[in-house]
Design a protein around this ligand. Sequence first.
Ligand code: GDD
Ligand code: MG
Length: 353
Amino acid sequence: NRYCIIMAGGVGSRFWPISRRSTPKQFLDILGTGKSFIRHTYERFARIIPPENFLVVTNNSYKEQVLRHIPEIGERQVLGEPVGRNTAPCIAYAAWRLKTVNPDATMIVTPADHLILNEDEFRRAIVEAAEFAENRRAMMTIGIRPNRPDTGYGYIQVDNRSETDGSPIFKVKTFTEKPNLELARTFVESGEFFWNSGIFIWKTETILENFSAFLPDLQQTFGSIGAYYNTPQEQQHIERIYPECRNVSIDFGVMEKAHDVYVRCSDFGWSDIGTWGSLYQHSPKDEKGNVESRFCMLYDTEGCIVKTDTDKLTVIEGLKDYIVVDHKDVLMICPKANEQNIKKFIDDTKFKI
Ligand code: GDD
Ligand code: MG
């Protein structure tokens, strides 16, 4: 009864210019492992979930790419969205589909684009969390010990005294999505907080109860899809209702408000490789601390990440802590410290590139 729901509709803009609207991060092999992020995600869960129990929710325009990266699944297992409305509608869509096909399902909801180093520990955490979600009808998250006050994550405060079944599972006291820097610092220093890894586990009926309590509009919108299941009008119906949905993440929309939330605290070498800076941190470096591609000559250059996919020779002298990316029709040169400006660069191209 366990299903894996892969959320793969993000546009991954922080890895521009390698990640583009047409081929976002989940379909790329940014770490040079030989497999895309979404392929790694599938293989990781395929050890515990049969192929027919996967659902991938993604934009209509990425459906074909999903099937190319995961040929083990059928077309009906890829749920296409006409527009991105963030993770709450994505999860509501999958939950209502599952309610129709298997009312007793457990959903393991995962992002498509994370790095996980210790897969044995990862599986242990997922299975324990699933058992807990099934026995207690709880909303489960997977928590990671934070090592910096990153404002891009959800912060989970645990109740250390909460009684569980002998595993590192705690009742969640508070859930704060993307706090400001000051708050994030306080959280990390207190030692009581974990990062939300973005992986959620719950029974379908549990999340549907929470939708009806906290996002009743979504509950109402998606409640209608069961009637169209497997009919010729099904996709048309989705195209009609999706644009009406609010843009809201599951974190702001449900997790911050829900009551019966528990966290399985884990340490399986997790990173969401969310930015060029985090790719830099996770990549092998030369003696000057540079991460470089094949055809590069670097002089008096330190702490840089240089990514080129051409066979053009790149020669650099005198750069410190920069990102240099030469990809197809774009060359970007930007200080590592300013990588948040990439969103602005994309805006300024008017999404033409
Ligand atoms: N299908 C679909 N539709 N998928 C989406 C959409 C959408 O509209 N928007 C985002 N996704 C997918 C992304 O592709 C990604 O795999 C996942 O959902 C999470 O979305 P992000 O946009 O990457 O979320 P985030 O990184 O800002 O925050 C979330 O993840 C953090 C950990 O990486 C939150 O859950 C945080 O609390 C968490 O700490
Ligand atoms: Mg993310």
